[in-house]
Design a protein around this ligand. Sequence first.
Ligand SMILES: *Cc1c(COP(=O)(O)O)cnc(C)c1O
Length: 234
Amino acid sequence: MELIDQIQERLDEVTSLIAGAAAKAGRSPSDITLVTVSKTHSPETLTAAVEAGVELFGESKVQEAKAKIPLMPGHLHWHFIGHLQKNKIRAALPLFELFHSVDSLELAEQMNRIAAEEGLHPRVLLQVNVAGESSKFGFSPDQLKARMESVLSLDRLQIEGVMTIPPLAPTAEESRPHFVALRKLRDELSADFEVPLPHLSMGMSHDFVVAVEEGATLVRVGTRILGERRARKK
Ligand SMILES: *Cc1c(COP(=O)(O)O)cnc(C)c1O
């Protein structure tokens, strides 16, 4: 089968699974945005995805995105989903419409400062390490509650919600409590700080159905649409 047909088939499947999960939860499928995660994939693969109807991609490395984005049609949308190094902020700001993964107050402060210099107002989600894994980036729930006031005072950043990557688990069901915890934390922050935090970015190839059932507004799906990733060159 041609790559484009393969991608089309997988994309249709993911889209209908999202619609099914939304219906089950009494939600409208139009409230859920699919981010096709294209990290490590070639411009050729991305072009096939565009032909299959993808318009929004997620990338996790600034250098890679900076090389790839100019090779692709200008009507596409790009989100940043990886750990953003402070020395890459300036290069990243003009490339991405939404940053899913602002994972510390220091990073938020630096983004705010550089955004002011560049005349930008980036849209941002705060990454939460809901399970408290030491290997993962992100605010712990308690840290975020303690730092939210400071984050919200950064006037260049548009804080639109939260994101999480739950621990890798053999079944999707095991992600559910982490998705529920993120949604509850969002509800609490939104009430306590009187800010709308509409976005919940949660769910990847293996658990996006459960994420949609639990309220995800953005799901980040790579492998399930574009196929296996090539190993990154070290
Ligand atoms: C790679 C990645 C994804 C997509 O993972 P798949 O399992 O291929 O769907 C989603 N979110 C983040 C933050 C990622 O780094």
